[in-house]
Design a protein around this ligand. Structure first.
Ligand SMILES: Cc1ncc(COP(=O)(O)O)c(C=O)c1O
Length: 332
C-alpha cells in the first residue's frame, strides 16, 4: 500500500488518546462508552482537520504553492485549522467565508485573524466562485495558489482518516479492546470516507455510523454516493484494490434539527451533560449534535448493553464562544 510513501507533513500530535467515558456511560445506563480524542490533535486548538491537512498542505508544498485558499461557514473549524497550518509552514492563507461578517470577531473567526488569514465574505452559494476569483487575483500577482475544497474533503484529505483507522486499530489491539460501533459527526464527508477505507485496510470489523450534521437523506445525488466517491478517490491514491459503493456507508439523518449551525435543545443538553459528567468540551455545530444523536440512540435502546461504542470526538470547541448566547438561552 502506497500510504506511507505519499507526501505528508507533521502537524498533529499522534496518536490521539483513547479514553473511557465512565460517568457519562453510567448516567445513560447504556453500552460502554469510549472516546477517541481528535479534539486533541493539536494545531490551533485541534480537531479532525489536522489529519487531513497533513496530506493537503504537503501536496500544496510539493506543487510549489505559496498560498492556500479554502472555504467554509463563518465558524468553520476547517478554515481555522487551515489558517494555522499555513502559518506553520510559512504560506499565505485566503479564507472564503459564506455568511455574515460578525460585528465582533469571535470563536474561530478571531483565531483565523490571529493566524494571519485574509477573510473574504460572501454567500454560501457563491463560495466556490469566490475561491476561483481569489485564485485568479493571486495568479495575476504572480502568486501560486492551491485550493483546498470545503472541509478538506477530497481523496487526499480523507487519507488522514485512513491513517487514523490504522492508528485506532493499533490502540485497540494493544488494549485488547473490541469496539462494536464508532459514532461521530459527518458533514463534508472526508472523515467518514477515510474511516471506511481505513477500516477495510486495517481489518476493523465494527460499524461506522456517521450522524449527519447538514446532509439530508432526500438529496440527489445521495450523501452516501458522495462518500463513496471520496473513498474511491482515496483508495486509488494509495493503490488499494478496494472499491466502495453507497451501501458501504451508514448515516443517520434524524438529528438535523432546524438546520446547519442552529443550536437546539439536543446540542445544549449534550454539551452540558458531557461537560458536567466528564469535563469534556463539545461544540455547538458538529460534535455536540453528534453526541446528542448518540445519547438519544442510547436512550431509545439502539445499542445492546453488551456493546462498546466509541464516540470519535472531531473537535470544534473554539466555536463555543461564538455561540454563547444560543447556548445559554432559556429553554421552553
Ligand atoms: C468539529 C467538526 N466535526 C466534524 C466535522 C465533519 O467532518 P467532515 O466534514 O469530514 O465530514 C467537521 C467539519 O466539517 C468539524 O469541524
Amino acid at each position: 500500500m502506497k500510504l506511507k510513501s505519499l507526501p505528508r507533513i507533521e502537524l498533529a500530535q499522534l496518536p490521539t488518546p483513547l479514553q473511557e467515558l465512565p460517568r457519562l456511560g453510567q448516567l445513560l445506563g447504556g453500552p460502554k462508552l469510549l472516546v477517541k480524542r481528535d479534539d486533541q490533535t493539536g494545531l490551533a486548538l485541534g480537531g479532525n482537520k489536522t489529519r487531513k491537512l497533513e496530506f493537503l498542505i504537503a501536496d500544496a508544498l510539493k506543487k510549489g504553492a505559496d498560498t492556500v485558499i479554502t472555504t467554509g461557514a463563518p465558524q468553520s473549524n476547517h478554515c481555522r485549522q487551515t489558517a494555522a497550518a499555513a502559518a506553520q509552514v510559512g504560506m499565505g492563507c485566503e479564507l472564503v467565508l459564506g455568511g455574515n461578517e460578525p460585528e465582533v470577531p469571535n470563536g474561530n473567526v478571531l483565531l483565523d485573524l490571529f493566524c494571519g488569514a485574509n477573510l473574504h465574505w460572501t454567500t454560501r452559494e457563491r463560495r466556490n466562485a469566490k475561491m476561483d476569483e481569489v485564485a485568479r487575483q493571486l495568479l495575476s500577482l504572480k502568486h501560486n495558489p492551491y485550493i483546498i475544497p470545503v472541509g478538506g474533503s477530497n481523496g487526499l484529505g480523507a487519507l488522514g482518516y485512513v491513517q487514523a483507522m490504522i492508528e485506532l486499530n493499533d490502540q485497540l489491539s494493544k488494549g485488547r479492546i473490541k469496539v462494536d460501533t464508532i459514532v461521530f459527526a459527518t458533514s463534508s464527508g472526508g472523515t467518514q470516507a477515510g474511516m471506511v477505507v481505513g477500516a477495510r485496510i486495517s481489518g476493523f470489523e465494527g460499524k461506522i455510523l456517521g450522524i449527519s450534521i447538514d446532509q439530508r437523506s432526500s438529496q440527489e445525488p445521495s450523501y452516501q454516493s458522495e462518500l463513496a466517491a471520496i473513498a474511491n478517490e482515496a483508495a486509488k491514491l494509495i493503490d488499494s484494490r478496494y472499491e466502495f459503493t453507497e451501501d458501504d456507508f451508514t448515516v443517520n439523518y434524524d438529528y438535523l434539527g432546524l438546520g446547519y449551525g442552529v443550536v437546539g435543545n439536543l446540542e445544549r443538553e449534550s454539551i452540558r451533560l458531557t461537560a458536567c459528567t466528564e469535563g469534556l468540551l463539545l461544540d455547538p455545530v458538529y460534535s455536540g449534535r453528534a453526541m446528542g444523536g448518540l445519547i438519544d440512540l442510547i436512550k431509545k435502546g439502539f445499542f445492546s448493553l453488551k456493546d462498546t461504542v466509541l464516540y470519535w470526538h472531531t473537535g470544534g470547541a473554539p466555536a463555543l464562544f461564538a455561540y454563547a448566547r444560543e447556548l445559554t438561552q432559556i429553554r421552553h
